[in-house]
Design a protein around this ligand. Structure first.
Ligand code: ADP
Ligand code: MG
Length: 869
């Protein structure tokens, strides 16, 4: 195994085209890796690195993994950030002249994983292409496991960021020219954790894009795709197709027609808002549990799960579309029994989209066809149940369901009920499906009978009762006799092998039978394989129908899931309009109300409008519930716009175009920015993009800097939002700067609210109720006590507060009065006294006088005296 053998020459030739990938080189039942690939892979996979020519100058490092368990190894390498090129033998080794022909059949990368077992079922795995023209950005994303293919075009880099944060791609494709470099510079942080591929610049041209898309879909023009006047979107789409063809070869038949969407058709959510509102993952640990999606997701299919996630990232703006979903959900809420029936039937539906992808990409095994069959079998019942509803949307969805009875019948007739996972070993096809197969099966069964009969016959003829006919892969069938009976072996037995205590023989008759049996079995396996492939291709040809049905099922799943939640949590259907108003009676936080709290969740009302209640300043002690209240308003608004019912007694939601949040203390230290800088960035973004139809949540902005800077910034921001006619968004502004409550007297649309607390014995009790007016005090010290600060610190803080409130300032205007410093000395003294007192007390309490010797008593006295000194 040196670099000069024909095999290594073949390897090097292929490797030259896949420099950036680890090449899995198929050799019989193994994938071998050579040279640098082997060194890298052995380390990541924890497998042994060997070399065939150890010590030689041209020794080649080498490692390998078995073909049948390769998926896990591939997944591990991809997860470690590598691309893996799969190189197969593309001709039959038996008939090949010279070295077997090999070719790379696909490249696996993070965005192009087809082994769905390693993917999250309820999440898409997206590959994203970015293109930049002079005045626009194009974005195209593909999930090859489902065939989803969406493109859009936007004007600003902020919109690109927002899309990336909702798409959450695993891999990026960009041009290597000026446009790509610009994107790379502007998106450094977002792109950093992702695998980025730079494609040649000629791909990002008008002509190539048009040509590529038209030829891929075999159409004459782009009119049917809705991107005819979106050049950047087209370029991104073409780039992604180019990359897919490079990596997937021709396994792309299930790719759906590209669907163009416009960001202006849905509510705009920037990355910070998605994160702060914990839409699909919590801030703390990035998990789905504890997020809005975690509460809403009662879907029973993977497709439904992915669709719901999409809905949450793209809330609607169009009233008709919103009410369409709402009324379907309402009817599902009202018909609990039918809803349960639908959900039960859906529960047995597998991931049709990904099954469809596997079937089209040749990755399907017999069990996948069974899963397809069982899923299709569920559809008629679902359609039946839906038929009982009057709602037009449910009716429409019902009409889009296609149970593919033709395909289902074929699968039922052809595929065994519990076939094996592997394609090559037979046992896949049912009896009576194919005449030739049935015949071969008879021969094989009878052949085994013949062998059993021959065994009995030979025993009788030779008188050796322990004579056996056995089978192994090397010799085929043979007769085995122990050494004791050697003298009884007939002459026509041909010896094949001698073991420790037995001899193995063959006879002409045995070989005759063997040829028939084994021939039949071999042909059977071949025939089953080719029948399986025919059926698979037949199913793949129905790809579009399967996809259409899957899409309808996904929506039915989401609607019933939302209805289920609405029913259980007693949500209401919000009234939607363009009033510019948000009025919520007894609203609850969808996530927190379901958490195990020590107290019952306290509902709250809110009224925001464009006339008198545009900006609500919310004060109240820490931990009182300000953040919870504001997020609750944002989440209810968002839920309403995805068409869901909401946790409240009653709600009227004027559709909002964007939700912005700036929620305190979301540290971006990992990204190397200071909290304050991030805070100001996000605030700037809000002031630039908010409109009178937006909803803004500002939570303690200005906290990241000194008090005076903080108050000033918070004040100026609030004024700007109130006064600037282009901004003038509905705003909830929580602050611990009480100064801000003065705004209400000068700004007509500003109102003060606070979270009520009850004072009791220098303690506070949180009432969690939002009431009109500003909080009288901030109760910071009481909260500190609740949190367990030492009593000494509490007392000292109180004394400082008293001094501060008397208003003394030093020459720099700081609230650090001479008096505080004077008091400090006496306070420290008192602290010391307290401490000493405590120590003496503990010491004395520990003494048992009845057992104290006079000497010990003296020692103790001495010790205590020392303490005082
Ligand atoms: P703040 O922002 O005023 O510091 P939070 O909104 O973070 O306070 O609330 C602190 C905690 O109080 C929450 O984690 C929650 O457990 C509880 N809480 C908040 N609002 C309510 C409510 N309406 N009913 C019950 N508990 C609440
Ligand atoms: Mg807070």
């Amino acid at each position: 195994m040196s670099t000069t053998t024909p095999l290594m020459r073949q390897f090097l030739e292929i490797k030259a085209d896949y420099q950036d990938a680890i090449l899995f080189f198929r050799l019989g039942d193994f994938y071998e890796m050579f040279m640098d690939d082997a060194v890298i892979a052995a380390k990541i996979l924890g497998i042994t690195l060997t070399s065939r020519n150890k010590g030689d100058e041209d020794a080649v490092p080498l490692c390998g993994v078995p073909y049948h368990s390769s998926q896990g190894y591939i997944a591990k390498l991809v997860a470690a950030g590598h691309r893996v090129a799969i190189c197969e033998q593309v001709e039959d080794p038996k008939t090949a002249k010279g070295i077997v022909k090999r070719e790379v059949v696909k490249v696996v990368t993070p965005g192009l994983i087809t082994d769905t077992d390693t993917l999250e079922p309820k999440e898409n795995n997206y590959l994203l292409a970015l293109a930049a023209t002079a005045d626009a950005f194009g974005m195209a994303c593909v999930d090859i496991t489902t065939g989803a293919f969406r493109v859009t075009q936007v004007e600003t880099i902020a919109q690109v960021e927002s899309e990336i944060s909702s798409i959450r791609p695993r891999e990026i494709v960009m041009g290597e020219g000026e446009g790509g470099q610009r994107l790379q510079r502007q998106l450094t942080q977002l792109l950093e954790p992702l695998m980025c591929n730079r494609l040649p610049e000629w791909i990002f041209t008008e002509d190539y894009a048009r040509e590529q898309i038209c030829s891929f879909y075999a159409v004459a023009n782009l009119s049917s795709f809705g991107c005819a006047d979106l050049p950047a979107a087209r370029q991104a789409a073409a780039a992604i197709l180019y990359y897919l063809q490079q990596t997937q070869k021709d396994q792309l038949k299930h790719l759906q027609p590209l669907s163009t969407y416009h960001v202006r058709d849905s509510m705009v959510l920037d990355d910070a808002t998605r994160r702060n509102l914990e839409l699909t993952a919590t801030l703390q640990d990035g998990k789905k549990k504890g997020s809005l999606l975690g509460v809403l997701d009662r879907t029973v299919t993977a497709m439904g799960g992915r669709t719901l996630r999409h809905w949450i990232h793209y809330p609607l703006l169009d009233l008709d579309q919103i009410t369409k979903r709402q009324s379907a959900i309402s009817e599902l809420v009202d018909n609990s029994l039918l809803r349960l029936d639908v959900r039960e039937a859906l529960d047995g539906v597998y991931d049709l989209e990904r099954l469809n992808g596997k079937i089209s990409m040749a990755g399907a095994n017999p069990r996948d066809l069974v899963a397809l069959r069982d899923s299709l079998a569920r559809i008629p019942a679902i359609a039946d149940y839906l038929d009982s509803f009057a709602d037009p949307y449910l009716k429409e969805l019902q009409s889009r369901l296609d149970a593919l009875p033709d395909l289902n019948a074929l699968l039922t007739r052809a595929i065994a009920d519990e076939p094996p996972f592997v394609v090559r070993d037979g046992g896949i096809i049912k009896d009576h499906y194919h005449e030739d197969l049935d015949e071969l099966r008879v021969i094989s069964r009878e052949g085994k009978g013949w062998i059993a009969a021959m065994e009995t016959r030979e025993r009788e003829r030779t008188g050796i009762s322990s004579l056996k006919i056995k089978y192994n892969r090397v010799f085929g069938y043979f007769i085995e006799v122990t050494h004791r009976h050697l003298e009884r072996i007939p002459d026509h037995y041909q010896r094949k092998q001698t073991l420790v205590n037995a001899e193995r023989y063959i006879t002409a008759e045995l070989k005759d039978i063997e040829a028939k049996v084994l021939g039949a079995e071999e042909r059977m396996a071949e025939l089953e394989y080719s029948l399986f492939q025919d059926i698979r291709l037949h199913a793949a040809a129905q790809s579009e129908r399967i996809q259409r049905s899957a899409e309808a099922l996904a929506i039915v799943d989401v609607l019933t899931a939302l209805a289920d939640l609405s029913h259980e949590r007693r949500y209401v259907c919000p009234r939607m309009d363009h009033s510019g108003k948000i009025r919520i009676d007894a609203g609850r936080h969808p996530v927190i109300e379901g958490m195990p709290l020590q107290e019952a969740f306290v509902p709250n009302d809110v009224l925001l409008d464009k006339q008198e209640n545009q900006l609500l300043i919310i004060t109240g002690p820490n931990m009182a519930g300000k953040s919870t209240f504001m997020r609750q308003v944002a989440l209810i608004t968002l839920m309403a716009q995805i068409g869901s019912h909401v946790p409240a007694d009653e709600a009227q939601i004027g559709v909002v175009d964007r939700i912005f949040t700036r929620v305190g203390a979301s540290d971006n230290l990992a990204k190397g920015e200071s909290t304050f800088m991030v805070e100001m960035n996000e605030t700037a973004n809000i002031l630039r993009h908010a409109t009178p139809d937006s909803l803004i949540i500002l939570d303690e902005i200005g906290r990241g800097t000194s008090t005076y800077d903080g108050v000033s910034i918070a004040w100026a921001v609030a004024e700007y939002v109130h006064d600037h006619p282009d901004v003038a968004a509905k705003t909830l502004f929580a602050t611990h700067y009480h100064e801000l409550t003065d705004l209400a007297s000068s700004c007509t649309r500003v109102k003060n609210f606070n979270v009520a607390v009850k004072e009791w014995n220098d303690q506070i009790i949180f009432l969690r109720k939002i009431v009109a007016g500003s909080a009288s005090r901030s109760y910071g010290i009481q909260v500190g006590r609740l949190a367990g600060l030492p009593e000494a610190v509490i007392q000292r803080a109180k004394s400082i507060l008293k001094d501060l409130e008397s208003g003394e300032r030093d020459h720099r205007g700081n609230h650090c009065s001479k008096k505080i410093r004077e008091n400090q000395a006496s306070f420290q003294l008192s602290l010391f006294e307290q401490d000493l007192h405590q120590q003496l007390r503990e010491r004395l309490e520990g003494i048992d006088i009845s057992h104290l010797t006079p000497l010990a008593a003296l020692n103790l006295l001495a010790e205590m005296k020392k303490l005082i000194e």
